[in-house]
Design a protein around this ligand. Structure first.
Ligand code: ADP
Length: 411
């Protein structure tokens, strides 16, 4: 049978658990064996260190060699508890775990990622990817679904591109048998974009973006009422790396007074321009001022604009009581909103379909959504375009950057 492993990698985002749940269930539904890889690429590089004790009993299941099979556990809560308490349930040193239908029950509404995520320097090196290949082959896994950001997905494609040469090296150095080399001549992969930043080109939405936006709007609504009571101005910095998608969407949602996004930087005289606008609003009776700043905000000379710069400017030039708030990690967390759950479920299904149908000739796909339709995008091109946006911004070609972000922005 096809053995599909599902993993999460890079920064966590709401909806990752729902995506894992969906992919695991779809794999089983399609007659495949489903596995999860704990702790991202780090877990794959480590593999099942606890290794080869034959038929070792764990408190809740049964581990045989590298095939750790935990049939089901109570209400399917195995991994939920397993992440924090790997030791107690016999998962210590075991990062590749076969899972059943019940193991992912109840995962839809959980925030973060229960199977863990990590950054892994070793996977950036061939030596790390060689270990990863060995561990996949040892478990008989021939398909990999990864949910993560552009970095994690670049790593996924790299593993696939190198696969034949990794298998050859493992065989030449007697780390795998000829039979294994033959059986694992190719690796099926597909990706799901898990990123709150909304900076991935080619998809209208990435997993975690709707939830992050909701958290931002909730936070600014709270800030807004206190701002209005005291006639204060608030500067709110939101996440998004080089993307202004969260900032601009939040600005529309809360009716902000001014917004800074990297793709449409203001002139170097932004202080005067901003204060002119805000002053006029105050004159006609507005009691509060909300300015939203993307974390990657810059002026048209590429000088970074920081929340404190804006706050000081408001205090000095507008002469109002101004405060600044950097929202930070509250944006990542919490229960996924319905839109993320739906996106995760549909994308998880399609990611499994893509690996089941993959042939050595098909490109690696990342699953996206365009115009309300789930689509397969060529992974490498999508990642390349995502990186080109930053390059265009660095070259002050802002229109080109915006065009590539399409359809996040309306000109
Ligand atoms: P994100 O996936 O959220 O963009 P990172 O860029 O930190 O997060 O990538 C997560 C992990 O993916 C890295 O720690 C590394 O293990 C792996 N990775 C990222 N870029 C590459 C690459 N070009 N080649 C191989 N692995 C990579």
């Amino acid at each position: 049978p096809i053995k599909v492993a599902v993993m999460t990698s890079g920064g966590d985002s709401a909806g990752m658990n729902a995506a894992v749940r969906s992919a695991v269930k779809m794999a089983i539904y399609k007659g495949a064996h489903a596995y999860v890889i704990r702790e991202g690429w780090e877990g794959l590089v480590r593999g099942n260190e606890a290794g080869s004790e034959e038929g070792q009993r764990t408190p809740t299941g049964y581990a045989k060699g590298n095939d750790v099979f935990i049939p089901t556990y109570g209400e399917g809560d195995l991994l939920r508890e397993g992440v924090g308490e790997a030791d107690e349930i016999g998962l210590k040193g075991r990062y590749i775990v076969r899972v059943g239908w019940d193991d992912v029950r109840g995962w839809m509404s959980e925030g973060g990622t229960l199977i863990g995520t990590a950054r892994c320097a070793e996977f950036r090196e061939r030596s790390g990817r060689l270990k990863a290949a060995k561990n996949l082959i040892s478990c008989g896994i021939n398909a990999l679904v990864c949910c993560g950001g552009d970095g994690s997905l670049s790593g996924l494609d790299r593993l696939r591109q190198e696969w034949s040469s990794l298998v050859k090296e493992l065989h030449d150095t007697n780390k795998i048998t000829s039979k294994q080399a033959e059986k694992h001549s190719s690796l099926r992969v597909s990706g799901i974009v898990g990123s709150i930043d909304g900076d991935f080109s080619g998809t209208d939405l990435s997993l975690g973006f709707p939830t992050a936006l909701t958290r931002i709007v909730e936070a600014i609504d709270s800030i807004s009422s206190t701002a209005s009571s005291h006639q204060r101005a608030f500067v709110v910095e939101v996440m998004g790396r080089a993307s202004g998608a969260l900032a601009s969407s939040a600005a529309i949602s809360v009716g902000a007074d001014y917004v800074f996004v990297p793709e449409r930087p203001p002139s170097v005289n932004w202080r005067d321009e901003m204060c002119d606008i805000l002053r006029r609003q105050r004159i006609v009776g507005k009691r509060r001022t909300i300015v939203i700043l993307a974390e990657g905000a810059i002026d048209s000379d590429l000088n970074p604009i920081k929340a404190e710069d804006v706050r000081l400017c408001l205090e000095k030039q507008l002469q109002v009581d101004a405060r600044s708030t950097i929202l930070g990690h509250v944006q990542r967390g919490g229960k996924p909103v319905a839109e993320d759950r739906i996106l995760a479920t549909l994308q998880g299904v399609e990611a499994v379909n893509a690996v089941m149908e993959a042939t050595p000739e098909t490109p690696s796909y990342v699953i996206g959504i365009r115009d309300d339709t789930i689509v397969r995008l060529p992974l490498i091109e999508a990642v390349k375009q995502t990186h080109q946006v930053s390059e265009h911004i660095q070259n002050k070609q802002f229109d080109k950057a915006l065009a590539l972000r399409d359809p996040e922005f309306i000109e």
